[in-house]
Design a protein around this ligand. Structure first.
Ligand code: ATP
Ligand code: MG
Length: 247
């Protein structure tokens, strides 16, 4: 059963409220976080058990909790109290740009140190590839979709910035990959999304997967050409050379 604490209850219960200020339980930061959450239209936050918020993730810069907004379960990303740059406006802006390409969790709102977005429930890409034993067909479909999202970001000159370790920033949900965390994203004339995901696919940890899928390496010259213009022709040639698309 889903346990949700209404915003009003969180405000009254100091134990719950102070969990919104991490790592230091700072009353005024927690109160201002809750106000942002409320103003964005979130009705309540999910509890893992009595007295504990359900934490989806704790990163270097944020914690992510789960909430309810217009009957939809949502992810609420809150800047850590010890992170210097509190305002999340820029991250929300980059996520919105990605959303306009059909990429990333849906941005639902941002205020101050808080971003509300759609909840992506699933498994990280590496665990899915290594331990879920997807069929060859399913794995190839996911890698093509992943590469295509990266190519779209490259074309739009948006560099996600942290895709070389895709296990942390790609969530598989119903065999559909979603790129999360646009906190390090920036506009760049040299976006490295596709090249990062290729490096990830060719990393040592995925050797078994590569063998099982029969993937081949991409030539240096082709990659260099792709990075000059991010053309769709070069992109398709890369997929073909890797063995993701039939020749
Ligand atoms: N929209 C979402 N839906 C579900 N889970 C999410 C969502 N966004 C983030 N998470 C979870 O929270 C964790 C931390 O999120 P994120 O990487 O965005 O924060 P971060 O502070 O930037 O992390 P880091 O600094 O470690 O990169 C993720 O690894 C993921 O497990
Ligand atoms: Mg992150």
């Amino acid at each position: 059963m889903l346990k949700v604490a209404p915003v009003e209850l969180v405000r009254r219960e100091a134990d719950l409220l102070l969990q919104l200020s991490y790592p230091k339980p700072d009353q005024s930061y927690a109160e201002s976080t809750l106000s942002c959450i409320e103003e964005l239209g979130v009705e309540g936050v999910e509890l893992a058990k009595e007295g504990r918020l359900r934490i989806l993730g704790k990163g270097f810069r944020n914690i992510v909790v789960c909430g309810l907004m217009r009957r939809e379960r949502v992810a609420i990303k809150v800047r850590r109290q010890d992170y210097g740059h509190k305002d999340a406006w820029r991250e929300a802006y980059m996520l919105e740009r990605a959303n306009s390409l059909g990429i990333g969790p849906r941005l639902l709102g941002q205020k101050g140190q808080v971003i509300v977005m759609s909840l992506v429930e699933g498994t990280d890409l590496t665990s899915w590839l290594l331990t879920y034993n997807p069929s060859r067909e399913a794995a190839i479909k996911v890698l093509i979709e992943m590469a295509t999202q990266c190519h779209r970001l490259d074309e739009a000159m948006i560099d996600h910035g942290e895709l070389s370790d895709a296990s942390k920033h790609v969530i598989l949900s119903q065999n559909h990959p979603t790129i999360i965390d646009f906190g390090s994203a920036s506009f760049s004339t040299r976006p490295k999304n596709l090249t990062s995901i290729i490096n990830y696919i060719y990393s040592a940890q995925l050797e078994m997967v590569r063998q099982r899928l029969g993937l081949a390496k991409v030539g240096f010259e082709l990659l260099r050409r792709y990075k000059e213009a991010f053309s769709s022709e070069d992109f398709l040639e890369i997929l073909t050379e890797m063995g993701l698309l039939g020749k």
